[in-house]
Design a binder for this molecule. Structure first.
Ligand code: S3P
Length: 428
């Protein structure tokens, strides 16, 4: 599949972005671990979340699809030994959180993923889980991994990186452990797991970058309404910010503080962005966001503790930086190199061919603003967020942009192209 984008005459309208990917994974997983039934409304129906569903089903979890909702029959933490190798597909969140579940089971199971996921680092999860008593055998760096779980002990773990996937795997394993698990991280990563654990009736203490969690607790099934995904909304926010005269209204977007780095950055760059109707959906805050194009954007510096709050949005932030005035410098984002692709290298090679003045550093990007972008033939590198960022860049480029291998968008947002089209009025 390819996508072709052009500079639109107009970009305007209202969108309901699909459900949050991180929250959908967790709702399925905690629903499966809980006692009783969990109903999930507004879930993200995408390939990554389907990977979580199929791994859970292989562990004996009954998940039924009703109109507009998923119903998960919880197994009160005890899973069934799978008859086959679990397959996390392209989804890092599925693989790493599933390791937390397997850690607590009294059987041995193997989990793998697609070619891209088999290259991504797993030792970051293997390390703390091994300290808790899980046996991984010899092979610990990459998928496929074989996990022999069982009687776990609690740990006091200082994570070298701010990773919500590592934190979540440890907290899930801690549900099976004796004693109090403490997890420290250098900066606060997304906290959906902590919020959801307490929504499912567990007691969890959070302070700054530390979580304390007493092992052995059980969870109670509940209803969950998943907010719109801010990481998906980000593509439309930037699209509206860079197209003069644009006006885009995004409804029911999750604005959890650990995810709103994109809003802070766009505001600091000078974008015209308004947040209205703030309210809570369960424990997650939600709002409506309006972005208007035409405001002059300025280059800024991005680094330090904001990085985990916007890590998935950096490819599309690069697009805003390219049309801004002045230089944007992004540091401390070395994690981008181990996402669905090496996103630093993907952004530099693909955007350079569209005329962006962008250079790579070991842990980030330097973007000289004020480039005039030109349409080009580009490639997603098998990465959904690169494909969508390229489509947004295409809206600011003179001439046609053709994005190859764009079907990867289905990983997080199967409806992206129709949604973008619904906002665009083509030039005659
Ligand atoms: C996610 C955490 C982040 C993020 C990923 C989703 C999650 O990864 O980039 O897209 O749902 O926990 P890390 O935990 O590796 O930082």
């Amino acid at each position: 599949m390819i996508i072709i984008t052009n500079k639109p005459k107009k970009l305007s309208g209202e969108l309901l972005v699909p459900g949050d990917k991180s929250i959908t994974h967790r709702a399925l997983i905690f629903g499966a671990l809980a006692k009783g039934t969990t109903e999930i409304k507004g879930f993200l129906d995408s390939e990554d979340c389907r990977s979580t569903i199929s791994c859970l089903r292989a562990l004996g979890v009954i998940i039924s699809e009703k109109p507009g909702r998923l119903v998960v029959e919880g197994r009160n933490k005890i899973m069934e030994e799978p008859a086959k190798v679990l397959d996390a597909g392209n989804s890092g969140t599925t693989a790493r959180l599933m390791l937390g579940i397997l850690a607590g089971q009294h059987f041995s199971a193997t989990i793998t993923g697609d070619q891209s996921l088999q290259k991504r680092p797993m030792k970051r999860v293997v390390e703390p889980l091994s300290q808790m008593g899980v046996n991984f055998g010899e092979k610990v760096e990459h998928l496929p991994l074989t996990v022999r779980g069982g009687a776990l002990k609690s740990i006091d773990y200082n994570s070298p990186r701010a990773s919500a996937q590592v934190k979540s795997a440890v907290l899930i394993a801690a549900l099976f452990a004796e004693g109090k698990t403490i997890f420290n991280e250098p900066h606060l990563s997304r906290n959906h797991t902590e919020l959801m654990l307490s929504a499912f009736g567990a007691e969890i203490k959070r302070s700054k970058n530390q979580v304390l969690f007493e092992g052995g607790q059980s969870l109670k099934g509940r209803q969950i309404h998943v907010p719109g995904d801010i990481s998906t909304a980000a593509f439309f926010m930037v699209a509206a910010a860079i197209v003069p005269g644009a006006e885009v209204f995004l409804k029911n977007v999750g604005i959890n503080q650990t995810r709103t780095g994109i809003i802070d950055v766009l505001k600091e760059m000078g974008a015209d962005l308004k947040i209205d109707n703030e309210r809570l959906w369960g424990s997650e805050p939600v709002a409506d966001i309006t972005v208007r194009g035409g405001a002059k954007l300025q280059g800024i510096k991005i680094g330090g503790k904001i990085i985990p709050r916007l890590i998935d949005e950096i490819p599309v932030i690069a697009v805003a930086a390219a049309v801004a005035e002045g230089k944007t410098v992004i540091n401390d984002a070395g994690e981008l190199r181990v996402k669905e692709s090496d996103r630093i290298s993907a952004v530099v090679t693909q955007f350079t061919s569209m005329g962006m003045a962008i250079t790579e550093t070991e842990d980030g990007l330097i973007i000289e603003g004020g480039s005039s972008l030109t349409g080009a033939e580009v490639e997603s590198r098998g990465d959904h967020r690169i494909a969508m960022a390229l489509a947004v860049a295409g809206l600011a480029a003179e001439g046609e942009t053709t994005i190859h291998n764009a079907e990867v968008i289905n990983i997080s947002f199967p409806g992206f192209i129709p949604a973008l089209r619904s906002l665009v009025t083509e030039k005659q």
